[in-house]
Design a protein around this ligand. Structure first.
Ligand SMILES: Cc1cc2nc3c(=O)[nH]c(=O)nc-3n(C[C@H](O)[C@H](O)[C@H](O)COP(=O)(O)OP(=O)(O)OC[C@H]3O[C@@H](n4cnc5c(N)ncnc54)[C@H](O)[C@@H]3O)c2cc1C
Length: 381
């Protein structure tokens, strides 16, 4: 079925994304894996080609695309090559940029956005803490007023791009007794005194992305670092998490769809009992099921992307897209491993890496249980 969400402009953009990735990224993927992170060269090259500024207005050096379908195309092309790439870029482009664009002061925008568009300023978002991520309203990192400054203490963990980010949008508690209504967002810069990071965390998959623990030890910042209004941070996050979840859903489907296509080819090429393994009825039916599952998931995610482009997608739509696509992704990739036999368990095979890389999609950006909690609440329970 022809996909109806994207038009010729999006498809032309897709071609330039694919060409960029083939030239600048594909030859370096092994090096990224060994280094457990993306080098600054990657970000600068992506910035120079205009891929980092889709959400950033032209006056600040971005493309000001104002059409989430371009973000989706970039995420799809990256996910087809490597899931970690899509998650690191997604955090920087789709997730952090809107906080600064929508909520930042003119001074903050001038200070941060041009460098974000070129890749000279790499960003992260720090919500999760060692004590918990699902219950965001219970976060414990504090910002306490002292004269004209805020003094920030606490720690964050599992932060994507955390090891190399220059700017970290950080959720902290500014009013101790106000629960969700006592959280604010601050732009913490890596050079701020008292800010430090732990090692790159050793993950099961997506090792090409750096993920780190961050520490705030009496970090002193002024009001000029407060993003948006004091105590409104939880609302800001709730308003922007749907775009993060849609980004995840787009990536989940594109990632699994690509590996499934490669698996179909493998099932043609690999022979057992004098026939292609795909011709064995069990495998033929299985592949038919997997292709159908991916296309049905893609249709829902495409519809959600289009709705979001027009401002019509709800937080519940995004929650459904996120949990469902991640279940399908993991289900499909597990079968793809099985269809590759022993090679499916070898790290040198893309299918094995994709299977490991996919597991986290059921956990991050709000776990699938939290997605179902949101959907259940919307049903009135
Ligand atoms: C590789 C990676 C990258 C990440 N990147 C970032 C990032 O860039 N920024 C950031 O802020 N965070 C990031 N995270 C954190 C991620 O969002 C959290 O891990 C996630 O939200 C879950 O929080 P938790 O790990 O504290 O689990 P917990 O909150 O401790 O939950 C543990 C289990 O209990 C379940 N659970 C919790 N509450 C409920 C409930 N009410 N009903 C049913 N089940 C429930 C959860 O679903 C989960 O299965 C990342 C995580 C990983 C692994």
């Amino acid at each position: 079925m022809r996909r109806m969400t994207f038009d010729d402009d999006h498809e032309a953009f897709r071609e330039s994304c694919a060409a960029f990735l083939a030239k600048h990224v594909e030859p370096n993927l092994e090096a990224y894996l060994e280094d457990k992170g993306l080098p600054r060269d990657f970000w600068l090259a992506a910035g120079a080609e205009g891929f980092l500024g889709l959400e950033i207005p032209e006056e600040f050096g971005g493309a000001g695309a104002g059409d989430f379908r371009f973000n989706a195309v970039l995420s799809e092309e990256m996910s087809k090559l490597n899931a970690a790439l899509a998650s690191c870029a997604g955090i920087h482009c789709d997730i952090v940029a809107p906080y600064v664009v929508d909520l930042g002061t003119d001074e903050q925008k001038t200070r941060w956005l041009p460098g974000m568009a070129t890749g000279e300023i790499l960003t992260a978002i720090a919500m999760t803490e060692p004590g918990g991520g699902s219950d965001l309203a219970a976060l414990r990192t504090t910002a306490v007023r002292d004269g004209n400054e805020w003094v920030i203490n606490g720690s964050k963990t599992f932060i994507t791009n955390g090891y190399s980010a220059d700017l970290i949008v950080t959720a902290v508690r500014t009013s101790p007794d106000k629960g969700a209504r006592g959280i604010s967002l601050f732009g913490i810069e890596a050079t701020d005194i008292g800010f430090s990071r732990g090692r790159k965390l050793d993950k099961v998959g997506q090792s090409e992305s750096d993920t780190a623990e961050l520490f705030f030890d009496n970090v002193r910042v002024g009001d000029d670092r407060l993003i948006g209004e004091k105590d409104q941070g939880f609302i800001y996050m709730m308003e922007r998490l749907p775009q993060e979840r849609l980004s995840c859903a787009v990536s989940n489907v594109a990632h699994a769809k690509q590996i499934l296509a490669e698996t179909v080819q493998y099932a043609h090429d690999r022979h057992a009992f004098k026939q292609a393994i795909g011709s064995l009825q069990h495998n033929k039916f299985l592949l038919a099921e997997l292709v159908t599952k991916i296309e049905v998931a893609e249709a829902y995610v495409d519809a959600a992307v289009l709705a979001h482009t027009h401002g019509d997608a709800t937080a519940i739509d995004a929650a459904k897209a996120k949990w469902w696509s991640s279940e399908i992704q993991n289900d499909v990739l597990d079968h793809c491993v099985q269809l590759h036999g022993g090679y499916g368990f070898m790290n040198e095979y893309r299918v094995a890496r994709a299977w490991r890389d996919a597991r986290v999609s059921k956990i991050w950006a709000g776990s699938n249980e939290i997605m179902k909690e949101l959907i259940g609440r919307d049903l009135g329970f």
